[in-house]
Design a protein. Structure first.
Length: 382
């Protein structure tokens, strides 16, 4: 089944932190949600990627969740949120209240299957547009013709699992971060955790006392950070590295590899117990475990790949944005190869605070594009 084609001035793809931030600023500038401004989200509920995170995760045990613009006027602050509840439930509730309060009219679950350039299909004399192809949860397809598209699809849909010899012969369970639900699933088992970020550490801490054994392997040495000032400087440098890579169209580097891992009280306790002892990446898997770099065989019932994510840009493939270097040229949120496309939450904007700040800047640029279109249509400019 196909719905009637629709026109919108701006389509925002994704209703996580970045997408909601941009949408709020655009609505505040005068765009009407549901008509001029259409926000699409493929997830079944509110909360962005947070709604899919594991039950045991609490606010304060992972990266800080920053408030959305417009939350303060509602009296909502994540710093005051109940930390005894699962983070996924708190974020989902706050985002739901935010969407309802500001009447953003997010359409979900709606998958964007493709974004392509319009090829002489618009009305005569109309503004050039991008065509957004959609599919609802019931299989209904549709097309939205947009003057500007803001892609805020995040990374949760594209977890990265590196190829390691033997990965296809291992008979145990393999899962990435998106598949982890609860430590109790691994009770009494030998577990290998791969990855050098906060998710890997969180899994190891939760599995302690539940799994029979855990071993931690990382592809690069883990750098612990005790000094807040040094950590801040490293974070700034890491974001600058991401920005340079985005401008050059290169594959984005890991943020954690540049910042180091801050040592929270919880992590400090894990270090004191000898639980958090990273080892160099193993060289291969076999049917029932892994072989370490020193030749030791480690039995494993399951391997958890907490090895990060890549930007989910598959639906943008018709625009041919990928460079030979493997990335997408993006400068200050704007795609170099398509001036009507903005990527919110990409690269240096990926953190919740980065996405928040970028929302304002991207909204201003979007409004400038719309104003230019209005000027070109004005009889005074004809």
């Amino acid at each position: 089944m196909r719905t009637a084609d629709q026109h919108a001035r701006v389509v925002v793809i994704g209703a996580g932190q970045a997408g909601l931030s941009v949408a709020w600023h655009l609505q505040r500038a005068g765009l009407t949600a549901g008509r001029d401004l259409v926000v699409l989200d493929r997830a079944p509920g509110t909360g962005g990627a947070w709604q899919f995170r594991w039950e045991a995760l609490r606010l304060g045990l992972a990266h800080r969740v920053h408030d959305l613009p417009g939350m303060h006027e509602m009296g909502l602050h994540f710093d005051d949120a109940d930390r005894s509840r699962p983070a996924r439930d708190v974020v989902a509730e706050y985002y739901r209240r935010f969407e309802e309060h500001h009447d953003l009219r997010v359409r979900r679950p709606v998958a964007v299957t493709a974004v392509r350039r319009e090829v002489e299909s618009g009305p005569a004399g109309s503004t050039p547009a991008l065509v957004v192809e959609t599919r609802d949860d019931d299989g209904t397809t549709g097309v939205i013709r947009a003057e500007v598209v803001v892609n805020a699809s995040g990374t949760w849909g594209t977890p990265f699992v590196p190829w390691v010899p033997g990965r296809d012969v291992f008979r145990g369970r393999q899962l990435d971060t998106t598949g982890y639900r609860d430590a109790s699933e691994f009770a009494g088992q030998d577990i290998v955790v791969v990855g050098g970020g906060t998710s890997a550490i969180g899994f190891l801490l939760e599995l302690d006392g539940v799994a029979r054994t855990t071993r931690w392997f990382t592809r690069r040495p883990v750098v612990w950070s005790d000094d807040p000032d040094l950590a801040l400087g490293a974070a700034v440098a890491a974001v600058e590295d991401q920005d340079r890579a985005a401008k050059a169209g290169r594959t984005l580097p890991s943020i954690v590899s540049g910042t180091g891992l801050p040592v929270s009280p919880r992590i400090r306790r894990g270090l004191a117990r000898g639980l958090l002892q990273p080892e160099p990446m193993f060289v291969r898997l076999d049917a029932d475990g892994v072989e370490t770099a020193t030749g030791e065989h480690v039995h494993a019932d399951a391997v958890i790949w907490a090895t990060g994510f890549r930007a989910d840009l598959r639906h943008l493939a018709p625009l041919h944005l990928r460079t030979e270097a493997g990335g997408v040229v993006v400068e200050d949120g704007r795609a170099g190869a398509e001036p009507r496309l903005f990527l919110a939450g990409y690269g240096p904007q990926a953190s919740t605070i980065g996405a928040n700040r970028a929302g304002r800047r991207i909204a201003r640029q979007v409004l400038a594009v719309l104003a230019a279109d209005d000027g070109e249509r004005s009889p005074a400019r004809a």
